[in-house]
Design a protein around this ligand. Structure first.
Ligand code: SF4
Ligand code: SF4
Length: 184
């Protein structure tokens, strides 16, 4: 039988540990649009879908890690659910972080892959200053083959490109307040 965990105590411990959680699950309006757009849920009835694995599951996992479901490993992190969500819920990030936190952690290169895929903000901040280098490296055939054989990212998959610099900086340089309101 699973141990009973006090959710308030668990939340306190999380805060004391200084861990900041993604709270976008609170914005979920349960419309299930994400599940309609999920290719894995469509193809595999064993996958509970992004709504259940993301915001619904996150509420339970906060109460107790015992609620972690190994089916989350079926998510391919394609982010279609996140793009489709009308409420700005970071569905695929919630799933990826839960996998990194609660999934079976065998030390190795795939654990590193899960860390990279579940920390998109951190990787964006690190990669943006050297975006041309990172983009070139990840589009080279031999690098793609290596990633295919080691971390399981298919060689026919194109990784998203990083931008050099931030949108905030581009906006300050290229868009005066008049430019931005003229076309509206
Ligand atoms: S990121 Fe995962 S849950 Fe979301 S659409 Fe892709 S496979 Fe489905
Ligand atoms: S699309 Fe967004 S708001 Fe709708 S159920 Fe999925 S996560 Fe919730």
């Amino acid at each position: 039988m699973s141990p009973i965990i006090d959710p308030v105590k668990h939340a306190d411990e999380t805060l004391q540990a200084g861990v900041s959680r993604d709270t976008s699950f609170d914005q979920c309006i349960k419309c299930t649009v994400c599940t309609v757009y999920c290719p894995v849920a469509k193809a595999n009835p064993a996958y509970p879908g992004p709504k259940q694995c993301g915001p619904d599951g996150e509420r339970l996992r906060i109460k107790s890690p015992e609620f972690y479901d190994d089916a989350l490993s079926m998510c391919t992190n394609c982010k279609r659910c996140e793009t489709a969500c009308p409420s700005g819920v970071n569905v695929s990030d919630l799933i990826a972080v839960a996998r990194a936190e609660h999934g079976k952690k065998k030390p190795g290169i795939k654990l590193m892959r899960d860390f990279v895929l579940s920390h998109t903000d951190l990787m964006g901040s690190l990669s943006s200053p050297v975006a041309p280098l990172v983009n070139t490296a990840t589009s080279l055939g031999p690098v793609k083959k290596l990633m295919h054989k080691t971390i399981g990212v298919h060689q026919h998959k194109d990784l998203p490109k990083y931008s050099h610099g931030t949108f905030r900086r581009w906006y300050k340089q290229n868009c005066t307040s008049q430019d931005c309101t003229q076309d509206r």
